[in-house]
Design a protein around this ligand. Structure first.
Ligand code: DC
Length: 228
C-alpha cells in the first residue's frame, strides 16, 4: 500500500498527539511529536543556564544547537516514543509548566526552527509518518498528502491540560493554564517564522465534542476518500 505523509497541525492542547498516535497505530506509521523537539531545546537551555529568569540568551542557545542531540525511542510500557536529550530520557521533564512557559519563545527563534525543520524532513523522507506540530503542513511538508488542522474550544483545551498535569502531580490552577494557552496561541500565530496557520488544503477537525473513537471514525472517512 502506498505510504504517505500525514501532517497534524493546530493549537496547543487540542489532543493532536493523542489523535496522531492513534492514526499512526491504525496505519502502522511512525509518529513524531515535533513539539517535544522544541521542548527538548528549551529544556537544554534551562539546564545550561541559557534561559534564566524568563530571558533567553539567543546567541548562546543558537551556537549550542549542534550540541543538542534529540532522539525518539519507543517505550513499550507507554506504547509511545520518549524523547531523549543527549542520551537522557527527558519525556517528563519537557512537560513541566516551566518548559511550557518558555517554549513558544524558543520556537520563535528562526535558527532553532531551521535546525529542527531539517531534522523533521529527514525523519519523513521515507514517508509512512504522522507528524504533529504547528507548521508541518505549511513549512516542513507542504506537499503532505493529508493535512489535518485540529482545534477545540479554549476551555476544553485547558481542562484537558489540567487533567494531564494534575495526574502527574503538578500543582497548577486552571487559570494558570488558560493564561499559558492564550499566550502560546498568540505567540504561535504571530511569530514571523512559520507561524501557526491553517494550510489552504488542510481539513479542519474540531474535536471539542468528540471522543477519540469519534475522531477515528472521522479519520476512517478521510482515508477512504484518499483510497488508502
Ligand atoms: O505541541 P506542544 O504544545 O508540545 O508544542 C510546544 C511548543 O512548540 C508550542 O508552544 C509551539 C511550538 N511548536 C512549534 O512552534 N512548531 C512545531 N512544529 C511544534 C511545536
Amino acid at each position: 500500500m502506498k505510504k504517505i505523509v500525514i501532517a497534524v497541525d493546530g493549537f496547543s492542547s487540542c489532543g493532536k498527539s493523542t489523535f496522531a498516535k492513534s492514526v499512526a497505530v491504525r496505519l502502522g506509521y511512525a509518529f513524531i511529536d515535533t513539539g517535544a523537539m522544541y521542548r527538548g531545546v528549551t529544556l537544554y537551555g534551562i539546564e545550561h543556564g541559557l534561559i534564566k529568569n524568563d530571558k533567553i540568551d539567543v546567541e548562546r542557545l543558537v551556537s549550542s544547537l549542534e550540541k543538542i542531540r534529540l532522539e525518539f525511542v519507543f517505550n513499550a510500557q507507554r506504547q509511545a516514543s520518549d524523547l531523549y536529550l543527549n542520551g537522557e530520557n527527558v519525556e517528563s521533564l519537557i512537560r513541566t509548566m516551566e518548559v511550557s512557559r518558555m517554549v513558544s519563545h524558543v520556537s520563535s527563534i528562526g535558527d532553532v526552527r531551521r535546525y529542527l525543520t531539517a531534522q523533521q524532513r529527514t525523519m519523513g523522507q521515507r514517508k509512512g509518518i504522522v507528524m504533529d506540530g504547528r507548521d508541518i503542513g505549511t513549512t516542513v511538508f507542504p506537499d503532505a498528502e493529508l493535512k489535518i488542522f485540529m482545534t477545540a474550544r479554549p476551555e476544553i483545551r485547558a481542562q484537558r491540560r489540567y487533567a494531564e498535569l494534575t495526574a502527574k502531580g503538578e500543582n497548577v490552577t486552571i487559570e494558570d493554564i488558560m493564561v499559558n494557552l492564550a499566550e502560546r496561541d498568540l505567540q504561535d500565530q504571530t511569530r514571523t517564522e512559520s507561524p501557526l496557520k491553517q494550510a489552504d488544503d488542510a481539513i479542519v477537525l474540531d474535536n471539542s465534542e468528540m471522543s477519540l473513537e469519534d475522531e477515528m471514525v472521522w479519520f476512517e472517512q478521510q482515508i477512504k476518500r484518499l483510497g488508502l
